[in-house]
Design a protein around this ligand. Sequence first.
Ligand code: PGA
Length: 253
Amino acid sequence: MKKIIIANWKMNPSSPKEAGQLFSNTVKLISGVKKTEVVICAPYVYLSGLKKLSSKISLGGQNIFKVEEGAYTGEISADMLYNIGVQYVILGHSERRALGENNLNVNKKIKIALRAGLTPILCVGEDKRDENHGYFNFVKNQLEECLNGVQKDSLSKIIIAYEPVWAISSTLNRRDANANDSREMAIFIRKTISDKLNNQNKMPRIIYGGSVNERDAEDFIKNGGVDGLLVGRASLNAKKFSSIVKICEASER
Ligand code: PGA
């Protein structure tokens, strides 16, 4: 399975011109990359335009609505994304959870995304770490509630992003996570999921996200026990993001 580097542009940039430039510059800088899958999760309004610029980078949304269709003013459905050529969607990001998203809604969205043909990128992660290691149970509960009722053979189609909220760039007084933090949780997530699977089922890919930059990406890729990275702030700089992609490309596998 290819390693994957996913950009989360969040609510940036502010014009289609800038979005196009950022996208095209990134495409140019990663032109030699073959072994690494690259995805950019951009604001809805840019996705169709970016799709026309290059197929080198796959596209993702940052949310979908929890119902498939109907009278829901202002919402975007999974089918809408799929039908404009989007392949991925971030679900359960902590910044959306802070706006009221809960595990039950994320669970509905995962099932709808899978039915539509999108690959869900499920974000899990604790707000803080405690001495009693209660954060393992917190993440386990997120996984169980978000994946409740998802068919065993569909689990491999999901990407699980471990994003400790305390390490994300938008968190006030954030601190750095390291490759050990990532590795211990990646092992725990694999164990939690594999307990649900039969031998013949494939594991989902597990990635790390939280202030990844061009300096620490190598450590996370080599020692973080993950199949890729979810990159926020650094993905808004084509040079920084492409360096992260190239670090992943150069890593042994
Ligand atoms: P960050 O964002 O890299 O800016 O911390 C990651 C994310 O929130 O997905």
